[in-house]
Ligand binder design. Structure first.
Ligand code: AMP
Length: 495
């Protein structure tokens, strides 16, 4: 088998996966305790990924799931996990009766929290315990929960390893491993951590991997840790949901903010996520929208965990209408019925477009995806259209009088990764002065606004030594050579 090939499911398995979906959760033979919880969640029918994955997982098979966010993929793995752990469920208070039996790895804190919320809801009528562990928070409260015993742990890789090192958790009895959003975990440089974690697990276990996109690296990872997996795909990889209406507006860079404000007002949009490629851009846009009387908050990697959670919470409670986010910060956010997603910037990575607009049109609801682009983004737009295999409708803004009020300070250099964009090549905050537009529209230099510099001190976790940006944080680690990490040693190198 080649390095990048996924194990092809046998025909009977493919047939099973393609079989007509059971119409009720009860058809899977799930326990009444789970069915009761699903009923309370208001789930009437399994989604296609659930219909396909649940029976296969209940048979104990490894699964490689290609499912985009919003398909119900969390329940597709959480329900079989709960069902299969039920024979071990114990009402005892002894920690020894609650070893970690299922481990779900997620790339971001937000996704870990979201998955944990779902798992807890689904197992609430069982004695099984579930918890989330993620970085950026005090370890102590997590330690107390881990030491009391918990069967299902949803973790970001770095913090999980911290707990392992401190002997707060033992992974020796894990029988089910899930890698959720595996593509994003690789993007974020988690491969070495994943490898270390896999080495701590019992060899005999059931493995599940979910990924919205299938790169050769993902396939290679799948080949190394999945055993004869059944591949389940609910939508073609990189396909955008049919329920999302996509449009693009061509607009000069310096008028993007004014157009966003116009669109938000004109359409009276609430509960909108606006994506920016940079932390700096996200903060500035949120601040400008606030100045215009809108309830907007920025959420990005330099915000503390508490700030991100508070922003998300406020958004979910409708206390704020607009969340301006970078890709990394928004990853895993589960906000159902989101009516609209706006791309203030087109993403540099076309696959991020699919992730972004997956925030809307979820679970069959309709949604709008609006993107702004300028002359310099033609190439990005072409890449996106090639990936999603469709032409996005070009539209002209109606009733829009360009009135730029804010500077677009972003430079021409294309940074490597969206979440690194707030920093220069050596990991420093950008030191260019912001430009603003005068009445004639031509950019002119201005003094640096002190606000501009203040919040963008690299965060502790993200402040790298100039010569070693790869060591900055688990999120910004350089991507190691996959072959090396998966066992192949570099020429003349040693481990
Ligand atoms: P996910 O793709 O796992 O992030 O799920 C997306 C959203 O769909 C979440 O808000 C889930 O609570 C919801 N959901 C999952 N399964 C179902 C279902 N069978 N029926 C209705 N909603 C669901």
């Amino acid at each position: 088998m080649s390095d990048t090939e996924i194990t092809t499911p046998s025909l009977p398995e493919q047939a099973a996966a393609a079989a007509p979906a059971p119409v009720r959760f009860a058809d899977f033979g799930l326990s009444p305790a789970i069915l009761r919880a699903l009923n309370e969640q208001g789930y009437e029918h399994p989604t296609p990924i659930q219909a396909q994955a649940i029976p296969v997982l209940l048979r104990g098979r490894d699964v490689m799931g290609a499912a985009q966010t919003g398909t119900g993929k969390t329940a597709s793995f959480a329900l079989p996990i709960i069902q299969m752990l039920l024979p071990h469920a114990s009402a005892s208070t002894s920690p020894a009766r609650h070893p970690v039996r299922a481990l779900i790895l997620a790339p971001t804190r937000e996704l870990a929290v979201q998955v944990a919320e779902n798992v807890k809801a689904y197992c609430k009528h069982t004695p099984l315990r579930a918890t989330e562990v993620f970085g950026g928070m005090d370890m102590k409260p997590q330690t107390v929960i881990l030491k009391a015993g918990v069967e299902i742990v949803i973790a970001t890789p770095g913090r999980l390893l911290d707990h392992v090192e401190q002997k707060n958790i033992s992974l020796g009895q894990v029988q089910m491993l899930v890698m959720d959003e595996a593509d994003r975990m690789l993007d974020m440089g988690f491969l070495p951590d994943l490898q270390r974690i896999i080495n701590l697990l019992p060899k005999k276990r059931q493995n599940l991997m979910f990924s919205a996109t299938f790169s050769p690296e993902i396939k290679k990872l799948a080949n190394t840790f999945l055993s004869d997996p059944v591949t389940i795909e609910v939508a073609r990889a990189n396909k955008t949901a049919d329920t999302v209406t996509q449009v693009v507006y061509k607009i000069a860079e310096n008028q993007k903010h004014a157009l966003i404000a116009h669109l938000l007002r004109q359409r009276e949009l609430k509960q909108v996520i606006v994506f920016s490629n940079t932390k700096l851009g996200a903060s500035r846009l949120a601040r400008e929208l606030e100045r215009e009387g809108m309830k907007a908050v920025a959420i990005h990697g330099d915000r503390s965990q508490q700030e991100r959670m508070a922003a998300l919470d406020a958004f979910k409670k409708n206390e704020i209408d607009i969340l301006v986010a970078t890709d990394v910060a928004a990853r895993g956010l589960d906000i159902s019925d989101l009516p609209c997603v706006i791309n203030y910037d087109l993403p540099y990575n076309a696959e991020d477009y699919v992730h972004r607009i997956g925030r809307t049109g979820r679970a069959g609801a309709s949604g709008d995806a609006i993107s702004l682009y300028s002359d310099k983004d033609e190439r990005l737009l072409a890449d996106i259209e090639k990936l999603i295999k469709q032409t996005i409708k070009r539209v002209e803004p109606e009733g829009f009088n360009p009135a730029p009020t804010f500077a677009d300070e972003r430079g021409e250099r294309r940074p490597r990764r969206s979440e690194d964009l707030g920093r220069g090549p050596a990991g420093r905050a950008p030191d260019r002065a912001p430009r603003s537009l005068g009445g004639g529209g031509a950019p002119r230099r201005e003094k640096v606004d002190p606000w501009f510099l203040k919040p963008y001190e690299p965060s502790k976790a993200a402040a790298p030594a100039p010569a070693a940006p790869a060591a900055a944080s688990s999120i910004t680690k350089a991507k190691p050579k996959l072959a090396f990490l998966l066992g192949g040693a570099p020429k003349g190198g040693s481990l």
